[in-house]
Design a binder for this molecule. Structure first.
Ligand SMILES: Cc1ncc(COP(=O)(O)O)c(C=O)c1O
Length: 396
């Protein structure tokens, strides 16, 4: 096996440098631990950037993939596949509003499908989509244009026409952006990349009413907050609001690449053959992994576990906030945790890494944790102890 340094050298020579990477090569994972090429173990409170909802290598997902890979890896969507049908049923039954699925491989792709559907629904003449400031919807041109953060747009214009951005949580600003050409509202029920921002009371309900009033599609991007992470299957279920279209990816298949768009059947019917496709979308491997993910969440009671983890993290960080001058706010919904700091979060992430704890910083100054729902209480305390020590001893 190569050392971390040898792998890093390969990257320097042959891999495009579009990511900022930590100088560590990871080689193995189990639950909430990962190991590097030198054998060092890390506690991972941000496994797979939110994809590894069940931790690294969850046994049911591993077994399902191993079984499927020897049976049928990939067949195109010119054929029927049982696993895709069963996954569509499983997701539809858990939305609370039914829905039919289109499968793809990533969050950006799922949002591209939703944007197409919104435009088809808006015909004739309506094409504008209202999204939110500080949102994140992905890096392809439609999803990027929907993303309300200018830093991601720099140098890439012109973007896809028709996107307008309202401050997250501001209903009247959203209403003011609606005009005769608006066809949809696209929102993360809980903003992830934007800093773990929870919707204020009445916001999602108000968006639903606004969409109904103007015959707009209400699209929820649950790529980061969906699939049980917040203690419900889908985050908007905390507020009892049902969208017309929902997008999923990240945790959908327990770490295997997969994305989905779910739409009310009458709207989904607008996607006629030939209008949209994804070669790898809904392949048997990804669908078996997703089915095993859902099975694990239910068999192990992980929705309740997400709620429990959220309560324990909140208690730890609220107590810490009283003692730590850098913590401005603690935002928690299940296993989606943000600590807003008054200082740059980058050095905090680095100091945690030196203590073999993996956390993330988003939006410059928000420490973001998206832990596995299988994180044990002991691991939670271990991680919080390190983060607490780092924050209490930190001097900018
Ligand atoms: C809410 C949300 N939507 C979409 C995306 C894009 O997903 P992907 O990177 O799989 O294209 C992300 C990724 O972080 C996300 O957090």
């Amino acid at each position: 096996m190569l050392s971390s340094a040898e792998t890093i050298e390969l990257f320097r020579r042959y891999v495009i440098g579009n990511y900022t990477r930590f100088p560590v090569c990871l080689v193995r994972g189990e639950g909430s631990y990962v190991w590097d090429a030198e054998g060092n173990r890390y506690l991972d409170l941000f496994p797979g950037w939110g994809c590894n909802l069940l931790g690294h290598c969850p046994p049911r997902v591993v077994r399902a993939v191993q079984e499927q890979v020897a049976q049928l890896i990939h067949v195109p969507n010119t054929w029927y596949m049982e696993a895709q049908g069963r996954l569509a049923q499983a997701l539809s039954e858990r939305t609370g509003w039914g829905g039919q699925c289109f499968f793809c491989n990533s969050g950006a792709e799922a949002n591209e499908a939703a944007i197409k559907l919104a435009r088809l629904h808006g015909q004739p003449g309506r094409y504008k989509i209202i999204s939110t400031v500080n949102s994140f919807h992905g890096r392809t041109y439609g999803a990027l244009s929907a993303t309300g953060q200018p830093k991601y747009h720099q140098g890439l214009g012109p973007l896809l026409a028709g996107f307008r951005y309202a401050p997250f949580g501001d209903l009247s600003a959203t209403a003011q952006l609606v005009d005769d050409e608006t066809c949809a509202i696209l929102v993360e029920p809980i903003q992830g990349e934007g800093g773990i921002n929870l919707p204020p009371a009445g916001y999602l309900e108000g968006l639903r009413a606004l969409a109904d009033q103007h015959r707009l599609l209400l699209i929820f991007d649950e790529v980061q907050c969906g699939m049980g992470r917040t203690g419900r299957w889908f985050a908007a279920q905390h507020w009892n609001v049902k969208p017309d279209v929902m997008t999923l990816a990240k945790a959908l298949a327990g770490g295997v690449a997969a994305g989905a768009m779910i739409a009310r059947p009458e709207i989904a019917a607008l996607l006629k053959p030939g209008l949209h496709a994804a070669t790898f979308g809904g392949n048997p491997l990804a669908c078996r992994a997703a089915l095993a993910t859902i099975e694990t969440i239910e068999a192990e009671g992980l929705l309740d576990r997400a709620t429990h983890l959220g309560q324990r993290f909140r208690a730890r960080f609220e107590a810490l906030r009283a003692r730590c001058p850098w913590i401005q706010d603690v935002r928690v919904q299940g296993a989606m945790i943000g600590l807003e700091l008054s200082v740059d979060g980058g050095p905090i992430v680095q100091l945690c890494l030196e203590r073999r704890l993996l956390v993330n910083c988003t939006h410059g100054h928000v420490i973001r944790l998206l832990p596995a729902l299988t994180l044990t209480d002991a691991q939670l305390e271990e991680g919080c102890d390190v983060l607490e020590d780092v924050l209490l001893t930190y001097r900018p």
